[in-house]
Design a protein around this ligand. Structure first.
Ligand SMILES: Cc1cc2nc3c(=O)[nH]c(=O)nc-3n(C[C@H](O)[C@H](O)[C@H](O)COP(=O)(O)O)c2cc1C
Ligand code: SF4
Length: 403
């Protein structure tokens, strides 16, 4: 399978990325007009029928989330675009917002209209200055359409300040509220109590861009790509020992081996190099062996069989000269430094893993690491602590990956 262009604009789209002409060229004016003539329940039914799942990592069904926020008691309500994008090896939201910022913004507007929110936030990674500029210009263009304003929805941009944990939804809310970005205990979930305790819909950039293209077309168009289980396309950020790194938009169901090897995709590893492992889904992801890669496709059920998920869509390719113990030590340091320290299993667990990794004892302490990992998964408050041991455990399950 080859790359497709839906979320990312096709080469024949020539209008400037934040211009009014781009809204027309991409069909986003059509999408907003269509939504304005529909009831909230019909919009949510269409989102559910499309099968869109969240692209921020957890793959939660988007229609279900919209329905919860729509039905939640309370006013005001908020919507948030999560563009914090600090997961290792993940740069797809950046590319998307550079190439087509209006798509995600239009998705945000549709989300706000549907759930009844008058205020929307774009929370962007602090280093993404060009993205911020693009979003500001895009918002100015949208203001001229009459779709924004106090009677409809107002969009405000907030910038992160370099903390990985601020991408976690409840930590992000605290950050917007001017507090330390520490995750909150769930439940209550954001759909009931999010920003300032009000029902809040938070979605990843790519999820919102999918909403814009869905309403610019329709469900059957949307489902032309994908598998029986997962419709549509996925942005994959490919990096590492690969000849053609970059962001590729691929139909769900694309074989992982194609992503790495096809000439028009990753273009293989280069002469005299042999595949060692692939880290799928960033620091919170899973290491796959060359054997796992063969026969696995980009889809949740297929990846589930090898104990992996798609996560944020990052694929980091390592050749067989790389010492994964070294990589795991780096990752352990990352988690120990990025843990907010609020809960003991994560604060102490990430430190203990780092100590064991730095002592070069990964294989010898495998049983201790498994017990530590289980405690962190069971008892950490948020996804950081729950997923911090996942990559490490995936290597312990594949001992052939460590030299
Ligand atoms: C430590 C951590 C960091 C996260 N960082 C991001 C991020 O940068 N962008 C993002 O969309 N989701 C991130 N998430 C997931 C969000 O909490 C949330 O699930 C997501 O924004 C929901 O959007 P979706 O349903 O469209 O995927 C992170 C989660 C954790 C635990
Ligand atoms: S799991 Fe880690 S990052 Fe999450 S709240 Fe606990 S200490 Fe903070």
């Amino acid at each position: 399978m080859s790359e497709v262009r839906r979320l990312l604009p096709a080469p024949q789209v020539v209008s400037p990325a934040t211009s009014k002409e781009r809204l027309e060229e991409r069909g986003f004016d059509r999408a907003v007009s269509k939504v304005m003539s529909m009831t909230a329940r019909d919009i949510i039914a269409e989102v559910s029928a499309s099968g869109i799942k969240g692209r921020g990592g957890a793959a939660f069904p988007t229609g279900l989330k919209w329905s919860s926020v729509y039905s939640a008691a309370g006013s005001p309500k908020y919507v948030v675009m999560n563009a914090d994008e600090s997961e290792l090896g993940t740069f797809k939201d950046r590319v998307l917002l550079e190439q087509d910022p209006l798509g995600a913004l239009v998705g945000l507007i549709i989300a706000a209209y549907t759930v009844g929110a008058r205020k929307a936030f774009c929370y962007i990674r602090g280093e993404y200055r060009d993205v911020e500029k693009n979003l500001n210009e895009g918002i100015k263009t949208l203001e001229r359409t009459g779709w924004l304003g106090p009677e409809r929805v107002e969009i405000e941009i907030r910038r992160g300040a370099g903390a990985y944990i601020a991408g976690e939804e409840t930590a992000l809310f605290n950050s917007i509220e001017g507090k330390r970005p520490e995750p909150r205990v769930k439940p209550p979930f954001p759909t009931e109590k999010g920003l300032w305790g009000a029902p809040t819909l938070i979605q990843n950039v790519e999820t919102l861009a999918n909403i814009a293209i869905l309403f610019a077309h329709d469900v059957s168009w949307f489902k032309e790509y994908g598998t029986k289980d997962t419709s549509g396309t996925k942005l994959v950020a490919l990096s590492g020992h690969i000849q053609r790194p970059g962001v590729y938009e691929l139909p769900f169901g694309t074989p992982l081996a194609d992503i790495i090897n096809k000439e028009d995709l990753g273009g293989a590893m280069g002469p005299q190099r042999t595949l060692g492992a692939v880290l799928l889904g960033g620091a919170a992801g899973t290491f796959l062996s060359p054997k796992d890669i063969e026969g696995t496709v980009l889809d949740y059920p297929s990846l589930n069989k090898v104990g992996a998920g798609i996560g944020s869509g990052a694929m980091m390719v390592f050749d067989d000269t790389v010492d994964l113990s070294w990589v795991l030590t780096k990752m352990a340091r990352f988690f120990a430094e990025e843990s907010c320290g609020q809960c003991v299993p994560c604060r102490i667990g990430t430190r203990r893993i780092l100590e064991i990794a730095e002592a070069g004892n990964l294989k010898a302490r495998s049983q201790d690491l498994r017990e530590l990992g289980q405690a962190m998964r069971d008892a950490s408050i948020c996804g950081l602590g729950q997923t911090a041991p996942v990559a490490l455990l995936s290597v312990l399950d594949r001992p052939e990956l460590i030299h």
